[in-house]
Each structure stands twice: as C-alpha cells, then as structure tokens.
Ligand binder design. Structure first.
Ligand SMILES: [Fe+2]
Ligand SMILES: [Fe+2]
Length: 157
C-alpha cells in the first residue's frame, strides 16, 4: 500500500472518529439522567483516544490530521446531515450500530492491506480501535435487543 493511500484512509478514520466523539457526546446530553447517557459519554471518551492515536500515527507518517468532510451522512444515504440527529433510543442505537459496523469493516479491510511495512505501531492502533468498536457494537446490539423486548412486553400487556 502506498503511503499516500494509507494517509488518505487514516484521515478518513480520523474524520469518522472525530464525528463519533461529537455524536456520542450529543447523545449523552440528550439522554441525560439515564444509564445510557453515561455509556455514551464513556464511549465518546474511547473514541477520543482513537482520534488522538490516529493523529499521532498520521503525523509519524508525515501527514497532518484533518477532517475530510462529512463521513457519517453517506452511511445513512446522506439523510443525517450535519446535525447528527437520531430520534429516540431505538433509532440512536440502530444508528450507532451502523456507524460502528462501518468502522469495524474498514479497520479489518485496512488491517488486511497493511503489514509491518509502516512499523508495528500502526497495526497495533488499528487492532485496538477495532476491538473497541467491537465492544461498543456488542453493547449497542444488546441494549437494542433489551429495548425491543421491553417494547414487545409492553404491547402484550
Ligand atoms: Fe473509534
Ligand atoms: Fe466505537
């Protein structure tokens, strides 16, 4: 993989991670007073670590971390816009799962393309970010399943 291609992809991840920090902080505010609010805030803190690690590796590769526009809206057919607005907990969890799945797919794809040629640190960062996204997805999926079960039980009262 060419260094320029790698830098472009890393900046794409950087943009996605920055957007996720904003998104999860906004969600934490929206659901203030709930357990989910705390989870969204802690998830945002992990995404912030991803942002910082990507910034370090981009600089080490001779690039400058920058946002390459709105990378989240295309995942929703361009519908989401800059507001990053999801309504209700169910939509929020579904939206988050979509974003985390995209991140995981792309981290796996990049890990399959880069070996040790850019040093071991890059692979470690990509692997660690991937594992974190995997954990986030698992929690969102489980919470969504619980939510849907509760809705079902309410309806059958
Ligand atoms: Fe992340
Ligand atoms: Fe994540």
């Amino acid at each position: 993989m060419e260094r320029e291609d790698l830098l472009f992809k890393l900046n794409w991840f950087y943009s996605l991670e920055v957007s996720q920090v904003d998104l999860y902080l906004a969600q934490s505010k929206r659901f203030k007073g709930t357990y989910e609010s705390i989870v969204f805030a802690r998830t945002a803190a992990v995404e912030q670590q991803h942002v910082e690690k990507l910034a370090v590796i981009i600089r080490e590769l001779g690039g400058e971390p920058h946002q390459i526009g709105d990378v989240i809206s295309p995942l929703f057919g361009g519908l989401l816009g800059k507001t990053l607005a999801f309504t209700g907990l169910k939509n929020t969890l579904q939206g988050n799962i979509t974003i985390e799945n995209k991140a995981m797919t792309d981290y796996v794809a990049l890990l399959q393309r880069v070996g040790a040629e850019f040093g071991p640190e890059l692979q470690t960062i990509l692997q660690h970010n991937l594992v974190d996204e995997d954990v986030h997805t698992a929690w969102f999926v489980q919470r969504l399943a619980d939510y849907e079960l509760l809705e079902l039980l309410k309806r059958s009262d």
